[in-house]
Design a protein around this ligand. Structure first.
Ligand code: BTN
Length: 250
């Protein structure tokens, strides 16, 4: 499989994830197919949020995979693969610390630089397809006031960035990490855990309105987050916990 072959490029499109889903139901796109756009008019984020990105300055694309080899219980490896590839790509431009906010946001020095929206098509016990939607801020330098704590590759590296070059590096890192989650998943998980935002730091989490003090330690075999609290170790699923009381981690 070669990532980006083929690539469908659009000057403007509603959402690359939506287009990828349509392509999957109408045609049979091969693994590696990328839907890429310079401008998304209705980009989706996690939890029905929107993903805003001005025309021509950032990366907004979706990669189609056909991970039939992957057990459903291990689908979090797709989050691991994508967030590691993005992290590795950004780290090629900055010496600042790039981290993964569980399960799959990418942060530079506490600011969000990239978001991932993964949509899996499951039939029986098989993952028929996976759409890996990636939003990566590249040359954006200003945001509307309601966007919390954003940053970009350009701000992190203090330079104007060649988006095509970032995309090439991203594709090659996705290819590498895709190979790693198949051949030696434990090493990918180890690197992912090492990069977890707030790992080993006492942090306040919210379970709904309940405040919990704890320390992120690792993930379990299903990708759930393990936090050490005063009452011992607790395991959290997606959507159960947030870092602040207005944001549920999805
Ligand atoms: C998030 O942080 O909430 C996830 C954001 C994911 C945004 C990307 S941009 C390309 C792809 N198409 C979409 O509509 N969303 C994803």
């Amino acid at each position: 499989m070669l990532i980006g072959q083929p690539t469908y490029f659009f000057e403007s499109i509603d959402s690359t994830n939506v287009y990828a889903a349509e392509l999957i139901s109408n045609k049979k796109p091969v693994a590696g197919t990328v839907i890429d756009t310079a401008h998304q008019t209705h980009g989706h984020g996690q939890k029905d949020r929107r993903w805003w990105s001005p025309a021509g300055v950032n990366i907004t694309l979706s990669l189609i995979l056909r991970p039939e080899w992957l057990a459903i219980e291990r689908q979090f490896l797709l989050n691991v693969m994508t967030s590691l590839a993005i992290t590795r790509t950004i780290q090629e431009y900055t010496s600042k610390k790039v981290e993964i906010k569980w399960p799959n946001d990418v942060y530079v020095e506490g600011k969000k630089i990239s978001g991932i929206l993964i949509q899996n098509g499951i039939q029986g016990k098989k993952i028929q397809y996976s759409i890996l939607g990636i939003g990566l801020n590249v040359n954006q330098r200003i945001w509307p006031d309601d966007v919390q704590n954003p940053t970009s590759v350009s701000l992190a590296s203090k330079a104007e960035i060649d988006i095509t070059q970032v995309k090439q590096k991203l594709f090659s890192n996705l290819e590498i990490e895709h190979h790693v989650i198949q051949s030696e998943p434990d090493t990918a998980i180890e690197r992912y855990v090492d990069l977890l935002y707030k790992k080993d730091i006492l942090t306040t989490f919210y379970l709904g309105q309940e405040e919990v003090q704890g320390v992120i330690k690792t993930i379990d075999g299903f990708g759930r987050l393990i936090i050490e609290t005063g009452q011992g170790s607790r395991t959290f699923n997606l959507g159960e916990i947030s870092f602040s009381n207005d944001e549920i981690i999805t």
